[in-house]
Design a protein around this ligand. Structure first.
Ligand SMILES: Cc1cc2nc3c(=O)[nH]c(=O)nc-3n(C[C@H](O)[C@H](O)[C@H](O)COP(=O)(O)OP(=O)(O)OC[C@H]3O[C@@H](n4cnc5c(N)ncnc54)[C@H](O)[C@@H]3O)c2cc1C
Length: 110
């Protein structure tokens, strides 16, 4: 089983993860790291700004979507990337720092 780590749940990251989860059908682990708890459709922010859309019309919660897709979602930010591992890990990894309340400030490799 391979592990694929996608950084950022913006337009690119979220699209990549949606396709990967369907194509790999849980045969490989797909992880997404995002400091945000919501996906926000940035191009429509302009309509929120002028009062033609509400903020809730341009965003949705990431956690339920990723649960349904079978994607391992971590609300965290990437702080360093180690594609060739280091002296303790022979495989590549990304160091992350959690940003959500319960685990805030905790650092892990994934
Ligand atoms: C007001 C506005 C209107 C726009 N209108 C249009 C339009 O009409 N048409 C169009 O084609 N484009 C438009 N764009 C541009 C479009 O939104 C961007 O091109 C697009 O969002 C880029 O997608 P992305 O996934 O590369 O980056 P982003 O959408 O910026 O996503 C990057 C993600 O990475 C996350 N991230 C940052 N640091 C870290 C870290 N250390 N670890 C993990 N995650 C991290 C961020 O939280 C973010 O969610 C508009 C942009 C804005 C702001």
């Amino acid at each position: 089983m391979s592990k694929i780590v996608v950084l950022g749940a913006g337009i690119s990251g979220h699209t990549a993860v949606s396709y990967l989860s369907k194509a790999l059908k849980k045969k490989h682990e797909v992880i997404i790291i995002s400091p945000n708890s919501n996906f926000q459709w940035l191009p429509s922010n302009i309509w929120v700004g002028v009062g033609l859309m509400s903020i809730d019309q341009v965003k949705f919660k990431l956690a339920p979507v990723y649960k349904k897709l079978g994607v391992n979602y971590k609300q965290a930010k990437a702080i360093s990337i180690h594609p060739e591992g280091d002296n303790k890990n022979i495989k590549g990894f990304v160091k992350i720092e959690y940003v959500s309340d319960e685990e805030k400030g905790e650092k892990r490799n994934c």
